[in-house]
Design a protein around this ligand. Structure first.
Ligand code: PLP
Length: 285
């Protein structure tokens, strides 16, 4: 069966899902996206993703074409129409297609809303058992990384460099400190068992999975500090891991070819992964 996509009010086969070449998402990356995981046919932590969507569009003065409740209904309908069991729903909203290419916001143009799904068995991904290696790259992005903008060229280049180095992710570094992964939030576990992850701010995207993991760790009285850390500190750490909607909690076992800890996923990472999977199942909608 051909996958079904959603485009501006209609559910259509993926090959028929089209937007204008004048769409501002295409011309200017003038758009926002979100990715929510699907586990057993249900959306994971979706309220958090939709809250971030509302915030991101607000920061660029883009009005959503539908209510948040309606957007969730569309996500669910799309999961159903694709018989999706495990994977993700991608959604993107752009400032729509005007009649030309003026930079300033067009008047009277309806935003574009598209969605599609993809299949991924996040819980049983082989890399969850082995962990991944990461490389470090300079963070060359703009100054408003808290907005989940579709302008992802810096991350495309970072993740391509990672792929060429057979690494699973690129950690971006600025002023000697790790900002975040190409599409993930970064964590380390220090030698005295403190979980460290960079504080939110305009330097990073406020990860939904990061937020949930921080809360779940705090609820279990685990020691957690939100502050920046360097690559050297990460290499001296007991464990390192990343979080995102599409990997949940994923061990990082090497950085630039140098082992973190004993080069295997550590017990804290495994424990947080289990805790997150339980949370995901318990709160899925
Ligand atoms: N940081 C960046 C730059 C990302 O692109 C992503 C996800 O795509 C994340 C962090 C993780 O965010 P979330 O946990 O909400 O998926």
């Amino acid at each position: 069966m051909e996958p079904i996509a959603y485009v501006n009010g209609a559910f259509v086969p993926l090959s028929e899902a089209k937007v204008s070449i004048l769409d501002r998402g295409f011309l200017f990356a003038d758009g926002i996206y979100e990715v929510a995981a699907v586990l057993d046919g249900k959306l994971i932590d979706n309220a958090s993703h939709l809250a971030r969507l509302e915030r991101s569009v607000g920061e660029i003065s883009l009005a959503l074409p539908d209510s948040i409740d309606r957007i969730q209904e569309i996500q669910k309908e799309l999961v159903k129409r694709n018989n999706l069991v495990n994977g993700m729903v991608y959604l993107e909203v752009t400032r729509g297609a005007d009649s030309g290419r003026d930079f300033a916001f067009p008047k009277g143009v309806k935003p574009t809303l598209i969605m599609f799904t993809s299949v991924k068995d996040i819980v049983n991904a082989p890399s969850a058992k082995t962990g991944i290696g990461v490389i470090t790259v300079p963070d060359i992005r703009w100054a408003r990384r808290d907005i989940k903008s579709v302008a992802l060229l810096a991350q495309v280049l970072a993740k391509q460099a990672a792929a060429e180095a057979n690494a699973g992710e690129a950690w971006m570094v600025e002023d000697g400190k790790v900002t975040e992964g190409g599409s993930s939030s970064c964590f380390i576990l220090t030698q005295d068992d403190v979980i460290v992850t960079r504080q939110n701010g305009s330097e990073i995207l406020p990860g939904c999975t990061r937020k949930a993991v921080v809360k779940l760790a705090e609820e279990r009285q685990l020691r957690i500090e939100e502050r920046a850390f360097s690559v050297e500190e990460a290499l001296a750490a007991k464990e390192a891991f990343i979080t995102s909607a599409t990997v949940f909690v994923q061990a990082v076992v090497s950085i630039d070819g140098k082992k973190v800890g004993n080069g295997k996923p550590g017990p804290m990472t495994d424990r947080l992964r289990e805790i997150y999977v339980d949370f995901a199942r318990a709160t899925a909608v």
